[in-house]
Write a protein that binds this ligand. Structure first.
Ligand SMILES: NC(=O)c1ccc[n+]([C@@H]2O[C@H](COP(=O)([O-])OP(=O)(O)OC[C@H]3O[C@@H](n4cnc5c(N)ncnc54)[C@H](OP(=O)(O)O)[C@@H]3O)[C@@H](O)[C@H]2O)c1
Length: 268
């Protein structure tokens, strides 16, 4: 069964919709006719996005300004979603920190786990019973190539994305006969715009322009992949190369090399 077609009372939910891949997913879903619930912390940015999407595509867009790292706020959103007809969930919001865990703010590291792990898990658990009852639904989880193997100097992020990757692909296995599609988006680097050469990060400088892929393309192939119940979408050559390297090379060899690259990202 395909992912549910747009209908007046169903909603596609996108977390982290105020910028980047989430904004592109919301835009692409609206272009495909889906009415939306968009969430992130910055309500005013979401309100502008909602107005643009409604004007351009004639869909209804509801805004929920929620800090998904806050358990109480997250539970309130999950409770609402459990009562709604959610056709598609894009559990996309996520943040990363760089540097040795011992040097990072413990509160920030805990918040990252709350957002990247609980923010995915709680919302999936909220929408799943309704999707199972309707025998239809689509769940797209934004994991990462960073979740494929250990990354010193990016430890909390890599571990949270390992959860997202494994949870998504396991869930898909459970739901194969249920009519519910589950797809993992596991990118390497994706960028919104070409940076100023003076402000380019190490990753920006290491990867030539033609190897970068856009958030718009990422959103399109992710939603196409979800439509086909693809297990994992890995956009672009750089991401594919990272996935192959982390999938086949021994961890003991790859981990220190990747750790050195991420040490630079952590400002050392
Ligand atoms: N871009 C990449 O290269 C790349 C590569 C691999 C994986 N990914 C994954 O793909 C997803 C999207 O990446 P992106 O680059 O588009 O991210 P991004 O540009 O940094 O945007 C993150 C989004 O999450 C929201 N967010 C952050 N903290 C939040 C919180 N506490 N509660 C609720 N929302 C929060 C942000 O909105 P507010 O600030 O308004 O809350 C924003 O909309 C993430 O899960 C990321 O890990 C990205």
């Amino acid at each position: 069964m395909p992912v549910p077609a747009p209908s007046p009372d169903s909603r596609a939910v996108v977390t982290g919709a105020s910028q980047g891949i989430g904004e592109a997913l919301a835009t692409e879903l609206a272009a495909r006719g889906h009415s939306l619930i968009v969430t992130a912390r910055r309500g005013e940015v979401l309100t502008d996005l909602a107005a643009r999407l409604t004007e351009r595509y004639g869909v209804t867009v509801e805004v929920r300004a929620v800090d998904l790292a806050d358990p109480a706020a997250r539970t309130a959103l999950a409770d609402e979603l459990a009562e709604r007809n959610i056709s598609i969930l894009c559990a996309n919001a996520g943040t990363a920190t760089f540097g040795p865990v011992a040097n990072l703010d413990p509160a920030g590291e805990r918040a990252q786990v709350q957002l990247n792990v609980q923010g995915v898990h709680d919302l999936v658990l909220a929408v799943l019973p309704g999707m199972v009852a309707r025998k239809a639904g689509g769940i797209l989880i934004s994991g990462s190539a960073a979740g494929n193997s250990p990354i010193p100097n990016n430890a909390t992020y890599a571990a949270t994305k390992a959860f997202a990757n494994t949870f998504s692909e396991s869930l898909r296995g459970e739901l194969k006969q249920s009519g519910i599609h589950v797809t993992l988006l596991a990118p390497g680097p994706v960028r919104t715009e070409v940076p100023d050469p003076n402000e380019a990060s190490l990753v920006d400088r290491l990867i030539p322009d033609f190897l970068w892929i856009s958030v718009e393309h990422t959103a399109q192939i992710s939603l196409d992949g979800l439509e086909r119940n693809k297990m994992r979408v890995v956009p672009g050559l750089t991401s594919k190369a990272m996935s192959v390297a982390s999938g086949y090379a021994p961890r003991a060899i790859v981990t220190p090399i990747v750790g050195l690259v991420y040490k630079k990202l952590g400002g050392d």
